[in-house]
Design a protein around this ligand. Structure first.
Ligand code: PLP
Length: 384
């Protein structure tokens, strides 16, 4: 049975070019980049080349790139540093639709006595700019808004939101884990102070991330100890994965436009095909403004988990908009924040494509998906 992998917002395949770049550092090139000798030094050069490649993808300077262990660490570090460097400010702004790497950390700080504003979204997952403007205050230590949503793919107006924060002298962080490699980002023009990304969403391995920190910004490390990364993060660098991430960044930069066209064409064909062949289905999110590789489709009166299990038997990998919390299948916090009706939210499925998705894979899904919904609806306890 073939595997059709349509869960690229969860993680991506490591690109062969990235794997090639990693292997020497798991073999003969095992030096420590901090060593004084040239055996370590050659490894140090690789780290710096990767930093330059990542900086080039983002329109940043190499010294603004801090390597971390993952997107979650970058998000935690950004919040930590903002609060530590502005201790007199006691207010945080973020949104109801963030990834838990931001949302649960912001809620942690709320329990420590910070005031937290969670911006709401409308039925399409869009933010209200008036609500945002009203929330900004002299007491705000940090605004953190995701660049693109992992579940529905919505892209948020980061340019405008960051400008508004800057006008008030407020630090602005964006969780761009889902956007880097999929959307052009030029930090020369985008006035954000910090940006987080994760290697495994752009065809590098799991366990490597980046925090961009704008030059001149005050910063406090989360991990203390050695002087690696210019004293901004202790811990011997993950040289193999940093080397791989550098190559992944270069590939993303070289092929961004053609990949965007490739995935959006296939995504649109898939989405339109499913909507046309399956009654009572609709797209969740803002179709005018979303990631080119993502669709999140709600099927009325079916359970998302059941759809996923049946798709799995057909070799199709997808994600649902539900999270199994304490035994009950609750729709995800994102769909709940959007107010998607329960009968639809419950049966929502995210399909996310990559550069490796093919036309024939889309054909296979279009040929098999409608039967899955038909079968499940026939046995569904939910009826109109
Ligand atoms: N932020 C967003 C928007 C994500 O989608 C993810 C991963 O799914 C993360 C943060 C966390 O990244 P990592 O898995 O590298 O910790």
């Amino acid at each position: 049975m073939q595997t059709v992998y349509l869960d690229n917002n969860a993680t991506t395949a490591v690109a062969p070019e990235v794997r090639e770049a990693i292997l020497p550092f798991l073999g003969e090139l095992y030096g420590n980049p901090s060593s004084m000798h040239s055996f370590g030094g050659q490894v140090g050069n690789t780290v710096e080349t990767a930093r330059e490649r990542m900086a080039a993808l983002l329109g940043a300077s190499p010294e603004e790139i801090l390597f971390t262990s993952c997107g979650s660490e970058s998000d935690n570090t950004a919040i930590w540093s903002a609060l530590q460097t502005r201790p007199e400010k006691r207010h945080i702004i973020t949104t109801r639709v963030e990834h838990p790497a931001i949302l649960s950390v912001a809620q942690y700080w709320e329990r420590q006595g910070y005031r937290l504003t969670l911006l709401s979204v409308d039925g399409k997952g869009r933010l209200d700019m008036d609500e945002y403007a009203a929330a900004l205050s002299d007491d705000t230590a940090l605004v953190s808004i995701m660049f693109a949503n992992n579940e529905v793919g919505n892209i948020y107006p980061i340019q405008r939101m960051a400008e508004m924060a800057r006008e008030r002298g407020i630090l602005f962080h964006t969780d761009a884990v889902q956007a880097v490699g999929k959307c052009p980002i030029d930090l020369g023009k985008l006035p954000v102070d910090m940006l987080s990304l994760s290697g495994h969403k752009l065809h590098a391995p799991k366990g490597i991330g980046v925090l961009y920190i704008r030059r001149g910004m005050r910063f406090r490390p989360l991990l203390r100890g050695g002087h690696q990364e210019g004293g901004r993060r202790a811990g011997t660098e993950n040289v193999p994965y940093i080397a791989g991430l550098g190559v992944a960044a270069e590939l993303a930069q070289q092929h961004m436009e053609e990949e965007r066209q490739h995935v959006s064409r296939l995504r649109d064909r898939l989405e339109q095909g499913l909507l046309a062949s399956i009654p009572h289905s609709m797209v969740n999110g803002d179709i005018e403004n979303r990631l080119p590789n993502t669709t999140n489709i709600a099927f009325k009166n079916v359970e998302g988990e059941a759809i996923l299990l049946m798709l799995d038997r057909l070799g199709i990998c997808a994600s649902s908009g539900s999270a199994c919390t304490s035994g009950s299948l609750e729709p995800s916090h994102v769909l709940r924040a959007m107010g998607v009706p329960f009968t639809y939210a419950h049966g929502s499925v995210r399909l996310s494509l990559s550069r490796y998705t093919t036309e024939s894979e889309v054909d296979y899904v279009l040929a098999n998906f409608p039967k899955v919904i038909e079968t499940l609806r026939a046995i569904s306890p939910f009826k109109d």
